[in-house]
Design a protein around this ligand. Structure first.
Ligand code: PEP
Ligand code: MN
Length: 363
């Protein structure tokens, strides 16, 4: 089922400027007034307009630094007054929302542990009703697109139309170099379903380490995402949380300047003709693929009928494994990856089994 969202694009919120990337930067956590103001100054000096700082921190272990709490909101207010920046922080409860409204926080984000929790999302949505504060929703820690969309829907139903998302990757136990699995596929899927939704990537929490920030930010830009939320601290090595992944403001400036920003599209006439011709070829191939798939399904149905007449089970041990390994080998010779052909053939095979079952169930 398609879930509609009624969205105001980020370019109309009044504080993000183009060209891409729209940028939100600031420390993982507000620690002291001095640290907040010094970092904000460093960022403001090279044109960052939107500041972030966590005030209430969701930490894995109790006893870790869990944020300075409401007093940090006064420091954010100073950032607004001294540098004219917009300020943002993470909210995870009704109390957080009410405090942020009281102190004039300009933008809120929902953390990955909170967007995974429908009870908390509803509590936050109810507290926001009647305001028009922009809200960015991070992906839930687990790769569940419906949970992510559900969180957006709850806010949207409460009247929040300045909505966007932040892709920060997913928890994983797989051995990967990053702190979180980038799982870009899910981001692309959400982007395709809701092209109007402001789309940020958070390379800091995805990477977990400074050294991967550039490659992950570049990837986000290559996928056409609108912006980046990046952690930046005036003295990263001494940060009270996420020390390894934060950049000084000058290093963030260098990183942003190294990004290659490709156009999402081109108005050039020759480009348009070229891309139209290539797309026309793809359309013809897809049409043929559909016909072939239909033909294959018809044969599957006949096989189902034949098996039924001879009282033979649908799944024949060994046949599918053999077919798949032959296809993997042939695909490799054509330069098609094992992963791709396995996914395609598995989908076709599943449908084939379903069709044959349908034949059996008719009797
Ligand atoms: C954060 O942005 O500081 C944070 C805690 O991120 P996440 O919710 O993505 O883990
Ligand atoms: Mn952090």
């Amino acid at each position: 089922m398609a879930h509609e969202l009624d969205i105001v694009p980020a370019t109309e919120w009044g504080f993000f400027t183009l060209p891409r990337p729209m940028c939100i930067a600031g420390p993982c956590s507000a620690e002291t007034e001095e640290q907040v103001l010094e970092t904000a100054k460093g960022l403001h000096d090279f044109g960052i307009h939107v500041f972030r700082a966590g005030i209430w921190k969701p930490r894995t272990h109790p006893g870790s630094f869990e944020g300075v709490g409401s007093k940090g909101l006064k420091w954010l207010k100073k950032v607004k007054e001294q540098y004219g920046m917009q300020v943002s922080t993470e909210v995870a409860s009704e109390k957080h929302v009410l405090e942020c409204i009281k102190y004039g926080v300009d933008l809120l984000w929902i953390g990955a542990r909170t967007s995974a929790n429908p009870f908390l999302m509803q509590e936050i949505a109810d507290a926001l009703e009647g305001t028009d504060i922009p809200v960015l929703v991070k992906n839930p820690v687990n790769p569940d697109i419906d949970l992510w969309i559900g969180a957006l829907e709850r806010l949207n139903r409460a009247g929040i139309r300045k909505l966007g998302v932040i892709h920060r990757g997913f928890s994983t136990s797989a051995p990967i170099p990053y702190r979180n699995d980038p799982g870009w596929k899910l981001a692309v899927e959400l982007r395709t379903r809701y092209p109007q939704l402001a789309f940020f990537a958070d390379p800091s929490h995805m990477a977990g380490s400074r050294k991967y920030l550039l490659e992950l930010s570049q990837r986000a830009m290559d996928l056409g995402l609108d912006g980046l939320m990046v952690e930046s601290h005036c003295n990263p090595d001494c940060a009270w949380s996420d020390a390894k992944q934060q950049l000084t403001p000058p290093d963030l400036k260098t990183m942003l300047e190294s990004l290659i920003i490709r156009d999402n599209t081109s108005e050039n006439e020759a480009y348009k003709e070229g891309i139209d011709a290539l797309r026309a070829r793809i359309d013809v191939i897809d049409e043929n693929l559909l016909k072939l798939l239909k033909e294959r399904m018809d044969v599957s149905r006949s096989i189902g009928e034949y098996k039924r007449e001879h009282n033979v089970a649908i799944i024949q041990a060994g046949r599918w494994e053999q077919l798949l390994s032959d296809m993997v080998e042939r695909a490799a010779a054509l330069g098609i990856s094992e992963q791709a052909i396995t996914a395609i053939m598995t989908a076709i095979h599943d449908e084939s089994v379903r069709v044959q079952n349908e034949v059996l169930e008719k009797n």
